[in-house]
Design a protein around this ligand. Structure first.
Ligand code: NAX
Length: 317
């Protein structure tokens, strides 16, 4: 299994590549070749990471390619995990952030189309991840639109744990946890449709939990002095595992994918949905019911994504 990780020398990369190499992503019987992609200034740090991978002597690690050349980085890969991006700096407008990242994700989308394996699937983690995925996919030529995803699983995992705590149950008994919309403060963690022990739950004040999930990234930054890294890496693994196997009867994969108009979301937006996968293709799960506040949250996040799409229109392929 050839898998590319961009931004591999960053903090999420550092938490992610060792877990992929140990078999956490593709299982204990699948050897992996890691394609680690960085920008030239980070190649020395990336070299240190490669030394550490060597020093783990992982039995499943069949090769490591470290490069800043996208053609090499994406050559023959079946998964491209696009983590690297430029963070928002103080005083930077969101439009500026979108434009800077558009300059990264357009060329990466083209390189994936030109060099990756025919079955490639792409998960964008680098923020703003939904719109970065839209930009990459628009440059992806003959790679079908349904192979491009953006990560919502960290938000969903945060929501699952908070719900489990609130109900006094183990996190494993929480399922069907969807997070709708944009990976931003407009996201809608959907407690109304989630299940605890395969049963719906009526929370007294779901809005409090919704706000806790939305604020969790900031809380981690405040406590740690750095943004979520190990939990983000873990969520990348959950995303790939979730898309690679059939989804359980009472469950869903929380991930953003290109809308085909499901639940009234404008077509083409890379929108956080509950998906059902058969291991290779997927559909948006049906049967999720929303009250007026839920629909309004779904619409607000779609509107935010539409305004991001407008802001990057000139960068779309
Ligand atoms: P770091 O700043 O630690 O690492 C980013 C790495 O990307 C750096 O090593 C940098 O050299 C590299 N990079 C920059 N431009 C690149 C390019 N054009 N090609 C290849 N590599 C490039 O950030 P980190 O904490 O690892 O976070 C990475 C991204 O994940 C950020 O955009 C962050 O906002 C985003 N996140 C997304 C989450 C999600 O749920 N979707 C949650 C976690 C995280 O906040």
């Amino acid at each position: 299994m050839h898998v590319a990780v961009t931004g591999a020398a960053g903090q999420i990369g550092y938490a992610l590549v060792f877990r992929i190499a140990s078999g956490a992503m593709f299982g204990p019987n699948t050897p992996v070749v890691l394609h680690l992609v960085e920008i030239p200034p980070a190649m020395t740090a990336l070299g240190g990471l490669v030394m550490e991978l060597d020093d783990c002597a992982f039995p499943l690690l069949a090769g490591v390619i470290d490069t800043s050349d996208l053609a090499v980085g994406f050559d023959g890969v079946s998964w491209a995990l696009l983590v690297g991006s430029v963070p928002r700096r103080a005083g930077m407008e969101r439009a500026e952030l979108l434009a800077v990242n558009g300059g990264i994700f357009g060329p990466q989308g083209s390189a994936i189309a030109a060099h990756a394996a025919a079955d490639v699937r792409v998960v964008v983690v680098g923020n703003p991840c939904n719109t970065n995925a839209l930009i990459a996919a628009s440059h992806g030529r003959d790679v079908p639109t349904d192979r491009w995803f953006a990560m919502m699983a960290l938000d969903a995992n945060r929501a699952r744990t908070m719900l489990a705590r609130q109900c006094g149950v183990a996190v494993a008994s929480v399922s069907r946890m969807a997070v709708w919309g944009n990976h931003s403060s407009t996201q809608y963690p959907d407690f109304a449709n989630s299940l605890v022990g395969a049963q719906p739950v009526a929370l007294r004040d779901p809005a409090v939990l919704v706000e806790s999930v939305r604020g969790r990234g900031a809380a981690v930054i405040q406590a740690r002095g750095a943004s979520s890294a190990a939990s983000a890496a873990n969520a990348v693994i959950d995303t790939v595992v979730g898309l690679s196997r059939p989804t359980g009867a009472n469950d869903c994969v929380a991930v953003a994918a290109a809308s085909r108009g499901e639940y009234g979301v404008p077509e083409g937006l890379v929108y956080g949905y509950p998906l059902r996968s058969d291991g290779s293709s997927w559909e948006v799960a049906g049967g999720f019911v929303h009250d007026a506040a839920g629909w309004s949250a779904l619409r607000a996040s779609a509107q935010e994504l539409e305004s991001e799409r407008e802001a990057v229109r000139g960068l779309l392929g």
